[in-house]
Design a protein around this ligand. Structure first.
Ligand SMILES: CC(C)(COP(=O)(O)OP(=O)(O)OC[C@H]1O[C@@H](n2cnc3c(N)ncnc32)[C@H](O)[C@@H]1OP(=O)(O)O)[C@@H](O)C(=O)NCCC(=O)NCCS
Length: 333
């Protein structure tokens, strides 16, 4: 259909929900303190979506900005991948509805479920679609409304999870360049139970007292896995891309916990000139949305420039992980 080409990021857009929720607002329900949360996770505040800020609405808003940033008309996008675990309808996927609202013309449209690794999984697919010629311009959206599936009284998760969306357009790279590198991805299903929905929908319905099946997490085990295994994955991404840290300008890990980012940065021996994303401080952990949101903040604050390279690595429930090196697109909105 299309002549094969290397892939690149053409545009980036994000949506941050309006409502800022400081630690002070949530500590009472979990018998915690602002100081404890900041010290253990780095989070000062997070954003929780209001009634009108649905998964679809946040996706459309971020995607519109990504398409405009890419200098494209909506009709030029021919595939939409939405990574999310919080579109609370089993079927259909949210992607076709997002595409329709954006005015796209009959694109391929589907959701993927790879939790916090979802955006980087989607980016890996989009790169292969562009290189393989099955699509020319692919919209990849990471979006979550985790506040819907977070137990506000659970000490282990209530302060971590948050809402938001980020989107990129992946398209053909100018000849001789490649703006999205090869994906390194994988999973460890033996640790399937470490972060999960508490029970499946059939058990909820069969229960005498049906309630939303919230996320539950074994925080210590997740911390150890992420902090020590994901540094190795980041190193593998560089190897697979034929790059070294000398070629990298920004490190954008999934914003799970600031301490995990710090351990990874130390294990990678990141030089000080490499900008490290800490979007979690004011945004919380937004799962599939966290990597594009964090990249967007680094670019908006001038810590990394268009044309520079960012090392992405994302990880979470599954346990699933994925990452790649990207070139920062010319325009972000
Ligand atoms: C959740 C997390 C911050 C908890 O920190 P931790 O140091 O592992 O906490 P622990 O569960 O070992 O508990 C340590 C102490 O803090 C207390 N504690 C636990 N949660 C608390 C809270 N919300 N507020 C205050 N104290 C709390 C415990 O009771 C315990 O007290 P004790 O020492 O007197 O027994 C940490 O495990 C973590 O960040 N894990 C990774 C989570 C993550 O990133 N998930 C997303 C992956 S996508």
């Amino acid at each position: 259909m299309n002549a094969p080409a290397e892939a690149t990021l053409l545009g980036l857009g994000v949506y941050r929900p309006r409502r800022v929720v400081p630690n002070a607002e949530i500590v009472e329900a979990i018998d915690s303190s602002d100081e404890w949360i900041q010290q253990r996770s780095g989070i000062r505040s997070r954003r929780w979506a209001g009634d009108d800020e649905s998964v679809q609405m946040m996706s459309v808003s971020a995607a519109r900005d990504a398409i405009t940033a890419a200098g494209l008309e909506p009709g030029q996008v021919d595939a939409v991948i939405v990574a999310t675990v919080s579109h609370l309808m089993q079927t259909p996927a949210v992607a076709p509805a997002v595409a329709h609202e954006l005015g796209l013309e009959r694109p391929a449209a589907f959701d993927i479920s790879a939790a916090c690794a979802g955006f980087c999984y989607g980016l890996g697919l989009a790169r292969d679609m562009v290189r393989g010629g099955s699509a020319r311009h692919v919209l990849v959206i990471g979006v979550e409304r985790l506040s819907d599936i977070t137990d506000r009284s659970d000490r282990g998760t209530a302060f971590i999870f948050a809402d938001g969306a980020g989107a990129v357009v992946v398209g053909p790279a100018p000849e001789g360049t490649a703006g999205v590198g090869p994906v390194v991805w994988g999973s460890d299903g033996e640790q399937f139970d470490l972060i999960r929905q508490r029970e499946d929908w059939r058990d909820v319905v069969a229960s005498d007292d049906p309630a939303m099946p919230h996320l539950v997490m074994q925080g210590n085990a997740v911390f150890r896995w992420a902090a020590f295994e994901m540094g190795k994955v980041a190193a593998e991404i560089l190897d697979r891309s034929d790059l070294t840290l000398d070629d990298i300008d920004a490190f954008v890990p999934h914003q799970a916990n600031r301490r995990i980012t710090d351990v990874m940065a130390r294990s990678l021996h990141l030089p000080e000139r490499i900008a490290v994303a800490h979007d979690i401080v004011d945004q919380g952990n937004t799962s599939a949305a966290s990597v594009p949101l964090a990249l967007h903040r680094l670019v908006s604050e001038g810590a990394v420039q268009p044309g520079q390279r960012a090392l992405l690595v994302a990880f979470g429930a599954g346990l699933a992980y994925a990452g790649q090196v990207v070139t920062v697109p010319p325009t972000v909105r």
